[in-house]
Every structure is written in structure tokens, then in C-alpha cells.
Design a binder for this molecule. Sequence first.
Ligand SMILES: NC(=O)c1ccc[n+]([C@@H]2O[C@H](COP(=O)([O-])OP(=O)(O)OC[C@H]3O[C@@H](n4cnc5c(N)ncnc54)[C@H](OP(=O)(O)O)[C@@H]3O)[C@@H](O)[C@H]2O)c1
Length: 239
Amino acid sequence: MGFTGYRVVVTGAGRGFGRALAIALGRDGAEVFVSARDFAAAEATAQEVRHVGARAHAFECDLADAESVREFAEALAETTSAVDVLVNNGAPYLDGDFADAGDERIVETIAAGAAGTVLVTKAVLPLLLRSARPDVVTMVSGCGEYGNHRSAAHEAFYAAKSAQAGFTEVLSKRLRPQGVRVISLYPPDFDNPDPLGPEWNAPKVNGDALTARSLVDCVRFAIGQPRDCFIKSFYFEQA
Ligand SMILES: NC(=O)c1ccc[n+]([C@@H]2O[C@H](COP(=O)([O-])OP(=O)(O)OC[C@H]3O[C@@H](n4cnc5c(N)ncnc54)[C@H](OP(=O)(O)O)[C@@H]3O)[C@@H](O)[C@H]2O)c1
């Protein structure tokens, strides 16, 4: 149980990678605090984490809504005195032709992905600073790498992910004196098998698409390092 005693917050954990990471870290013994914009989805993931034997707490948080983020952080502070790891995972995906996307979807993509990441990090920072091993992990994307143009994602998604990249880059420098490691992952498109299904542990061969399982292992590796080892970024060669 490599993460027994760790208190880990995962945003956007009602499905996809956030759910998988919450369940995997729960299996490793972490106490997990999961948020989703739909409380029932967060609670469903929390139940799954409890079933693998860990403590779990569910919260509602719409990353596109500053008040919702504040309320989430307040509820978190009523539940735990400190947070060891914040995982900025939640972010809406958007694809399609530049001109065809609706204005509201564009605003939501940038608000939730970019502003939401900044707001959650700011709101949870006081709890992180009460930890002896604080880490902020952000699921950026290859779309946040300067010069990347290989994804079919909409330009607004590129904008949101580039904002996360710029934010985490400067934050990693500015929070380092306070002992906070800011760790970012820049994966290309990856497969999201069910962490409770047989595919999760399927062996990999050369040429296979990147999977959530391997990304979970990257997160585990980074946050599991001793405090002298600060892995700032994970970049991946695209197939
Ligand atoms: N999948 C990939 O190929 C890939 C590649 C590179 C990077 N990433 C990044 O990795 C992270 C997780 O990926 P994923 O595959 O699980 O993505 P996904 O399937 O698109 O899921 C996005 C997650 O973000 C949540 N979310 C969206 N808008 C939100 C809002 N306003 N407030 C709160 N939560 C919101 C979604 O919740 P709802 O259920 O409420 O929509 C969902 O849990 C994301 O940051 C994504 O950009 C993914």
C-alpha cells in the first residue's frame, strides 16, 4: 500500500482518467477526495474507491463556476485538515471545425480547463501547505506543448491546455520555496480502459496506444519520489 496516509484530491473524477486514478490510488491505500460537476457521479466513484478498501469522499465542483470551486474548497477544508496531492484532472474536451463550435462551448472549454485549474489550485493551496509532502499534478495534454498541432482538438481546447501549461510552469518555480512540487503531464490521446475491468492489466506491446494505466503509473512514480526528486514534466512521443 504505497500511498497509505496520503490525502489525494482528484477533480473531474466522475468518469474517465480521474475515476481511474482515484480507484488506483485508493487501491494503493490513499484517502481520496473526488469531485465532479455532478455530485452523483463523484459519489459513484467514491463508492468504487471504498469497495477497493480505501476511504473516499465525494464533492460537487463545476470548474467553470468560481463560486462552485470556492464551495468545494470550503467543503474540503471541513473534511480534512491537509491535502498531500491535488490532481487537476477535470477539463472539458472540444473538437470540430474552428468556426462551427458554439460560443458557449468555447467559453466553457477555456473557463473550466484554464480558469478552473487556476481557481482550484488557489483554493486548495492552504490545505496543501499544511502537508509535509505537497504535490500539484496537472493533466495537461500534448495540446499544451508549444508547436503541437497534431490533435483534432478544437483551437479552444488548445488554448485551455496552453493556459494550463503556462500556469503550471510558473507555479512550479514560485511554489518550490514552499516545498510544493508542481508536476505536469502532456499526454497525446490515450485509451481509458475500466480500472475495474480485465483490460486494465493487459500486457502492452510496441506500437500500442498509450493507456490510462501507464499514465497512472507516471503519476504514482512522480508523487512517490523522495522530496529531493522533483519531476516537473512528463512528455510523450506520439505514435
Ligand atoms: N483522453 C485523452 O486522450 C487525453 C489526452 C490528453 C490529455 N487529457 C486530459 O486528461 C484529463 C482527463 O482525461 P479524460 O480522458 O478522462 O477526459 P474526458 O473523458 O474528456 O473527461 C473529462 C473530465 O473532465 C470533467 N469536466 C468537464 N467539464 C467540467 C467542469 N466544468 N467541471 C468539472 N469537471 C468537468 C468531465 O466531467 P463530466 O462527466 O461532468 O463531463 C470528465 O470527468 C483531462 O484534463 C484531459 O484534457 C486527455
